[in-house]
Every structure is written in C-alpha cells, then in structure tokens.
Ligand binder design. Structure first.
Ligand code: C5P
Length: 241
C-alpha cells in the first residue's frame, strides 16, 4: 500500500516546530502564540516532565504531533511502549534503527493499523566520524552508516527516518530503487537565511532542504526563541513557498 506521507502540498504543513521547553505551561504559551503552526514536536524533556498532558492539549487543538522519544530497548519493551503510545494519537513516533531489525519489526507490528507512524533515528548528529570509528568501532563512514540504518528501517516497514538535510539527496536516490512505498525523510538542522546555526553543525535553509527532497522540516529555536515567533514563522513559510 502506498502511504500518503504529505497529503497536502502546502509547505506550511511540512514544518514541524520543536516544543523544546521544560513544562506544559510554557508549551501551551508557545502554542497560544503560534496558532498557525499545525505540527508540533514533543521531545523527551517535555514528555518526561509532564507525561501526556501536552499531547492531550495538542489533540484538543487539532494539531499533528511528532512524539520524539527515540526509543531503544529489547523488542518486547519497545513494542509494548509503541502500543501504549498509539493511544495518544501521535502522528510520528521515533525509535533508534540501531536497536536492530527485531526491535523495529516489533514496534512496527504494534503501530500497524493505528494513526501513529514510526520514524527511525539513523545516527545522532552529535556523533562525530571519529567517535563512530574509534569509540563505537563502526567500520563505515557516517553517510554509509546512515544509509544502512535507513535502508534497514525501510526493510522493516517503517514510514520514514530522521536525517541531516545533507543526507537527503543520497538517501532518496538509494531508497527509490528499494520499494514503491513512499518513505519519508524528516530533517532537523534547518536554519533560515540570516540565522545563527547555534549548536547545529551542518545546517541548510528550509528552501534548500525541501529542494533536496526533505518531506518534513523540524525547526525549533529559529522560531521558538525568536523575539517575535509569529514573524519568524511567516519568514520561514515565505522562504519555503
Ligand atoms: O532548535 P533546533 O532547530 O536546533 O531544534 C531541532 C530539534 O530537532 C530539536 O528538538 C532536536 O532535539 C531535534 N533533533 C536534532 N537532530 C537530530 C534529531 C533531532 O536537532 N539528529
């Protein structure tokens, strides 16, 4: 079955804003300031702080949810966690591809038939080439390791993967020959023109990332830490159109 990963071509619907704040109260304040945002990402800090409260709040506002929990454990544990997570009605949920095939398949089995789709984390962008080789003893360069993880995730039936915008073109080329099911690539590390890159080392503008083939962009601080978040959102949307 072909999954329609981005039903409307409206570029605004491709922008996922990271709700990287420590409390539900702060998250709600941001949602109130940005009613035009339709897709929010809830990460570990907020989820651990306040459980499902923010997820219920976002659902009540008819928002789409990216639940970025980056799960990694034995197949039974991750599968069970995914089954419970489907009850929140999140649209995307992340698991680490390095958990292996059995873990990814167990997770996929549990979300099948629900509205929650799984995205694989290929490699944390904080891992350098030297750490990969010297500490993790992986005998592949970063691009090849990421491609292997993403192809493994596709083989396990996942919906997509999170990757750097710099990896999108190479991955799209390799994925397209693997299957006729759409596989979606979601990219953080996006910075609009004129914004400091901060701690993101290899950034691209939203327009460049979409041109490379990114299906969704995750953008946090350029919007949420802006003096005027709504103006920052407008600028990014204009750049993408
Ligand atoms: O503020 P900024 O735009 O850098 O936020 C990016 C978001 O994407 C953060 O929530 C961060 O945790 C997430 N992320 C990332 N790099 C990854 C995976 C997720 O920056 N490889």
């Amino acid at each position: 079955m072909k999954i329609n990963i981005n039903p409307d071509a409206d570029p605004h619907s491709r922008i996922i804003v990271a709700l990287d704040v420590p409390t539900t109260a702060e998250a709600i304040k941001l949602c109130d300031r940005l009613p035009q945002v339709s897709f929010w990402k809830v990460g570990l800090e907020l989820f651990i702080a306040d459980g499902a409260t923010i997820l219920r709040e976002l659902k009540s506002r008819n928002k789409r949810i990216f639940l970025d929990l980056k799960l990694h454990d034995i197949p039974n544990t991750v599968g069970s966690a995914c089954r419970v997570a489907t009850k929140y009605g999140a649209d995307f949920l992340t698991i680490h591809a390095s958990g292996g095939k059995a873990m990814m398949r167990a997770a996929q089995t549990e979300v099948q038939g629900s509205s929650t789709q799984l995205l694989a984390i290929s490699l944390l962008t904080s891992i350098s080439a030297q750490e990969l080789a010297s500490d993790l003893k992986v005998n592949l360069d970063i691009a090849e390791y990421v491609a292997q993880m993403v192809l493994l995730a596709q083989a396990c039936g996942l919906t997509g993967a999170v990757c750097s915008p710099h990896e999108v073109a190479n991955l799209k080329a390799r994925l397209s020959s693997q299957s006729d099911v759409d596989f979606c690539l979601v990219t953080p590390g996006v910075r609009p023109q004129g914004f400091a890159s901060g701690d993101q080392s290899r950034v691209m503008t939203p327009k460049q990332a979409i041109a490379m083939g990114a299906d969704y962009l995750v953008i946090g601080r350029p919007i949420t830490a802006a003096v005027d978040p709504a103006a920052a959102w407008d600028q990014i949307c204009q750049e993408c159109s």
